[in-house]
Design a protein around this ligand. Structure first.
Ligand code: AMP
Length: 184
């Protein structure tokens, strides 16, 4: 059983690593960004409301995110564990998440923080070619990260539940470091 939260700036490799770890440990990879992108592409109500925020690199408002996460974490496949990639994204989402876990009688096991220097992030994001990966939007996403998401490092660090991994290594090296942290 593994319940993991992946933290890190955009471009740190959270999505890549979360997918690899999820496959290795046979647990679902829950990416709020992916759920939102698919809602945008099939034009659901949620997708239509979220799109403008995503296009600008802003966070989608909590009221749209929280129900989405609650629905996903009450699906049967999450009973074996999960990896959250891209949630929580600010302190209020983290506080909501504590309450949600309490309600569904779960806890998380580890918070894994992928640490990557800024200059590497910009290069990686520019090379990725996603719709929200142009330079102005990238800059905004990094500043949104610093202002709203980075405080979660202290939020979880204060509880001694944060484990940092150097994300500026090869994909295989990062994967090996994360695997060592979560094999318990
Ligand atoms: P990501 O794939 O995690 O980089 O997310 C892409 C975009 O989706 C972000 O820039 C946000 O606009 C939105 N998003 C993803 N997860 C969240 C979240 N937990 N809270 C608010 N917005 C989110």
């Amino acid at each position: 059983m593994s319940r993991l939260i992946f933290l890190g700036p955009p471009g740190a490799g959270k999505g890549t690593q979360a997918a690899m770890i999820a496959a290795e440990f046979s647990i679902p990879h829950i990416s709020t960004g992916e759920i939102l992108r698919s809602a945008v592409s099939v034009r659901t109500d949620l997708g239509l409301k979220a799109q403008a925020y995503m296009d600008q690199g802003e966070l989608v408002p909590d009221e749209l995110i929280l129900g989405m996460v609650r629905d996903r974490l009450t699906q049967p496949d999450t009973q074996t564990g999960w990896i959250l990639d891209g949630f929580p994204r600010n302190v209020s989402q983290a506080e909501f998440f504590d309450k949600l876990l309490n309600t569904i009688n779960q806890t998380y096991d580890r918070v894994v923080n992928l640490d990557v220097p800024d200059e590497i992030l910009v290069t990686r994001l520019l090379g990725r070619g996603r719709k929200d990966d142009n330079e102005a939007v990238i800059r905004n996403r990094l500043s949104v990260y610093r202002e709203q998401t980075a405080p979660l490092i202290d939020f979880y660090g204060d509880r001694q539940q944060l484990f940092s991994v150097a994300g500026d290594q090869s994909v295989e090296e990062v994967m090996a470091d994360i695997s060592r942290l979560i094999e318990f």
